[in-house]
Design a protein around this ligand. Sequence first.
Ligand code: ZN
Length: 130
Amino acid sequence: MKEKTFNVRTTAREEIVIVTDEVHRALGEIGGGEGICTIVVPHTTCAIAVNENADPDVPADLTKALRALVPNVPFRHGEGNSDAHFLSMLIGCSLTWPYRNGKLILGTWQGIYFVELDGPRTRHVTVYVP
Ligand code: ZN
């Protein structure tokens, strides 16, 4: 298995950063070609997803909608970021996606979303290929 890790620096508590270009760069550095890759965020308060890459209002809207999903329950976790752990679990910390010629096979409007839920922080994203 080959892998490449890149960093994402976020600037807000909740933020969606489109990292499609960084994933393509990583795929190129570990050999390009074609297959199925796995993209992992090795963290518990962020997530990775696929959504629209064209209109910047979409990530902004989704960030607001995610916040609205957090239930009004008495969280006990002393770090105070159980809301971020909850949303990370719902969205997920990995994606498996096909690629060809070193590029993800995405729909016209799709891009890879790095979803920060407890920033600002420097995060890691790792792309694995067989
Ligand atoms: Zn925590």
